[in-house]
Write a protein that binds this ligand. Structure first.
Ligand code: ZN
Length: 432
């Protein structure tokens, strides 16, 4: 059980009634399949329906599969602004230096909000109800997610590099503090603190970020050991591997730190992460697209006792957007490939990892050819969903219908598509 609570119960949800699905298939937190009539309660629980309860609405669940929604533990949501093939063919260091950082120098709160809206729309369309984000202008991103009815931890930087966020480091930090002070346990969207990586943040910045996260009892989010170069540079500069270095400066906040990637990590570093109850966000698509040459070694992490989740990274990093079913498939493939072991990560375990701690519901179209055959005992739904993807019909967060019948209700998707296409005309003009 994660100690980072991304599932607060909003007081408003208590006023809502449950929703009834008739004749549906429901897969619960333990991957047990249930058939029949169900109530989805605003507090995230479910029960069998007798047919006589007061409900918000009754939905014909024939050909619908109800599962927990996906939870995305590492994103840069406004990077939807960057096309999937943005600077395709560059490795991470060139990709950051030649494309991402120069582009981000042009970022404004307005453009970040447009990118975040596009991301929120894609999350809804692919059955995700939560993102742990890291990006500039958190104050522009969080309201977009709030109005979409989604959950998130929006981690903002506390320095101005890159890009210029309108002032010196002091001003950027004061703005983040102002946002952090708004955190309340009942908010679906929380603010957290991002310290990008040890190669972009010096010790003073890392510890200042830690202090801020500690002061506001919130999430501390960092990229760790994404490439061999990062590890080699760390060892040359400090004599320590990245996780050892972070531990040596007392960076970790127990139960509150999220480390993205963790691809080039020794077993002793995994034990440091476990001792600090850090969450590892495994991002296989990003690692492979950016030719990082390694991905998190799942069996070793699990043996060390680390809480491993999945993340998509930014849209341009992974090339696969925010589709967590796709990411879970990638995790299955790369873990088996790397370990020469077909049991290294099953579809069922990848699904559990991708939905861990979710209190929300995604409803999938069983009439989709991609979800057939279903299996004689309805036993193929999860593997169909993970290996083949499926159409998300409905998405529920605390009893609110975020999406119904394949339409997102809380966002104007056609308008977002227009705004996104207009924004990128100027945003990455002149960049390959
Ligand atoms: Zn990232």
């Amino acid at each position: 059980m994660a100690k980072i609570d991304n599932q607060p119960t909003h007081p408003l949800s208590m006023d809502r009634l449950p929703t009834r699905y008739l004749n549906a298939v429901l897969i619960d937190d333990f991957a047990t399949t249930h058939l029949g009539d169900f109530l989805l309660h605003p507090d995230g629980t479910f029960s069998q329906s007798n047919g006589d309860e007061d409900v918000e609405s009754t939905i014909d669940g024939t050909n619908r599969l109800i599962t927990r929604s996906f939870q995305n533990w590492h994103t840069h949501l406004p990077m939807q602004l960057n096309a999937r093939d943005f600077s395709d063919g560059l490795a991470l260091s060139d990709w950051l230096a030649k494309s991402i950082f120069p582009t981000e120098m042009r970022l404004t709160p307005e453009i970040a909000a447009i990118g975040a809206a596009a991301a929120a729309a894609e999350m809804c369309k692919t059955g995700s109800s939560f993102a742990n984000d890291m990006y500039h202008f958190p104050g522009a991103i969080a309201p977009v997610l709030e109005s979409a009815g989604l959950r998130a931890i929006v981690c903002g930087p506390q320095t101005q590099w890159p890009p210029q966020e309108g002032g010196d480091n002091g001003e950027v930090k004061r703005e983040l503090e102002r946002l952090l002070a708004k955190n309340s346990p009942s908010n679906l969207v929380q603010y957290g603190v991002a310290t990008h990586a040890i190669y972009t943040c010096d010790q003073e910045v890392l510890l200042s970020g830690r202090d801020l996260a500690q002061k506001y009892d919130t999430t501390l989010h960092i990229h760790v050991s994404e490439t061999r170069k990062e590890v080699a540079d760390s060892f040359e500069a400090t004599g320590l591997y990245p996780v050892e270095y972070l531990d040596s400066i007392d960076y970790f906040i127990p139960e509150k730190t999220v480390c993205a990637h963790g691809s080039w990590v020794k077993k002793s570093e995994m034990r440091i992460m476990a001792a600090n109850q850090a969450i590892l966000a495994h991002c296989p698509s990003s690692n492979m697209k950016l030719a990082c040459g390694g991905t998190a070694s799942l069996p070793a992490y699990l043996e060390a006792g680390v809480d491993v989740r999945l993340g998509t990274d930014g849209a341009a990093s992974s090339g696969s957007g925010l589709d967590m079913a796709h990411e879970a498939r990638m995790a299955c493939l790369v873990q088996r490939h790397d370990h020469w072991d077909a049991s290294a990560l099953t579809a069922a375990n990848a699904f559990k990892m991708a939905t861990k701690d979710s209190k929300d519901w995604a409803v999938w179209n069983l009439n989709d050819i991609k979800m057939s055959p279903r299996g004689r005992a309805n036993n193929r739904h999860i593997s169909n969903l993970i290996y083949n993807g499926a159409q998300c019909l409905d998405l529920w967060v605390e009893g609110q219908a975020i999406r119904q019948n394949g339409q997102t209700l809380t966002l104007d998707e056609p308008a977002i598509i227009n705004e996104l296409n207009q924004a990128v005309e100027t945003y990455y003009e002149g960049i390959e």
